[in-house]
Design a binder for this molecule. Structure first.
Ligand code: PLP
Length: 362
């Protein structure tokens, strides 16, 4: 059906699968015979308990999450995790962080309030356009964890391989790449993702945490809400959770299972990103800003080299139905976020438009 929707290249909140939005629409007034909308339901009701349990189980199936990991639905966005992680995981008060862009920088600034933060690698020297060599990092022996932002949403970089943590647990912000490819959960101590990039509506984080890292003895100043134990002990229902986000994310998990899981999603994402990168590599007007080895499948920043021309392209694309392509101010130019829900046709149409623009303006 034609709803007059645009191709939405927003970095987040971002585009969602159309079939999921249609299902949500169809259930809006009366969720499966319950006589009410999910928005209106008690989070303690049987109907909602089932929605939440199925969402967790479907996510566990998709990611093959081992039994010794808890899946937590927490509010406060990915940003709250920047504080929650050091509060809960810094037993020795020491952690190693990799600085690869805006989001890891923010996490570092927050963690410094709670302990001794060692920035063991940084790509600041070339405006975060690459991922540093992570094979032999100077990680302090007593570090409680090693922290990465696995896909830097603003700078458009991703890790080709995970860092050598030298036996320390790995904590990863997967917000802008969550469920974009298969993930070996046992490589990590904690994975978390704000869901509004690649899964559902804003206002919720999914944290997947190894059970032995959930502590009783968090610092006494830790708000009850910010202890992982609070959420783990109460099946993410210590207080009223973001019911709507859990419901919508659950729909997306079912959608991903139906299309063939994360292998199939990854295959599609690689194919889609290739269309964009092939174009950028052959264009004379546009150029990707990230070194090839470290290019994200999800966020693709690119520039023309002229601010005026960049602005002209943004305006022309918007007028033609390709929305939210303006790059973040720290990189400039343009950025196409092509998350799971962006169809290949959307990327192909954008590339055709940019080719045409180049022919007329190059
Ligand atoms: C968007 C984003 C965040 C912040 O998410 P909020 O939910 O707005 O707090 C953190 N990390 C990454 C990688 C992001 O893309």
């Amino acid at each position: 059906m034609n709803y007059g929707r645009v191709y939405n290249f927003s970095a987040g909140p971002a585009t969602m699968p159309e079939s999921v939005l249609e299902e949500i629409r169809d259930e809006m007034m009366n969720y499966q015979g319950s006589g009410m909308c999910v928005m209106e339901m008690s989070h303690r009701s049987k109907v909602f308990q089932q929605i939440a349990q199925e969402a967790e189980q479907d996510l566990r199936d998709l990611m093959n999450i081992p039994d010794n990991y808890k899946v937590l639905f927490i509010q406060g966005g990915a940003t709250l995790q920047f504080a929650m992680i050091p509060m809960n995981l810094m037993k020795n008060g020491v952690a190693a962080y990799l600085e690869t862009g805006s989001w890891s920088k923010k996490a570092i600034a927050e963690a410094k309030k709670y302990g001794d933060v060692h920035v063991v690698a940084s790509s600041a020297d070339r405006n975060y356009s690459y991922i540093p060599d992570c094979s032999d990092l100077p990680i302090p022996e007593n570090a409680d964890y090693v922290y990465i932002c696995e896909n830097e949403t603003i700078h458009g970089t991703t890790y080709p391989t995970l860092p050598n943590t030298k036996g320390h647990i790995l904590v990863s912000d997967q917000s802008s790449m969550f469920l974009s490819k298969p993930c070996n959960v046992s490589d990590y101590g904690l994975i978390y993702a704000g869901v509004q990039k690649n899964v559902g509506p804003a206002g919720m984080v999914i944290a997947i945490i190894r059970e032995d890292l959930i502590r009783e003895d968090v610092p006494s100043y830790t708000p009850i809400y910010m202890s992982y134990k609070t959420h783990a002990d109460n099946d993410s229902m210590y207080n009223t959770p973001n019911c709507w986000a859990i419901y919508c994310c659950g729909k997306v998990f079912k959608y991903l299972k139906k299309i063939g899981g994360l292998e199939e999603m990854h295959r599609r994402n690689v194919e889609k990103a290739q269309v964009m990168y092939d174009f950028l590599d052959s264009s004379k007007l546009f150029k990707g800003t990230v070194e090839k080895e470290f290019r994200s499948l999800m966020n693709i920043p690119f520039v023309t080299g002229s601010k005026e021309m960049d602005a002209k392209v943004v305006e022309a694309t918007k007028a033609a139905g390709y929305d939210n392509l303006k790059g973040h101010k720290s990189v400039g130019g343009l950025r196409a976020s092509i998350y799971n829900a962006m169809p290949k046709e959307g990327v192909e149409a954008l590339v055709a438009f940019l080719k045409d623009f180049e022919a007329k303006n190059g």
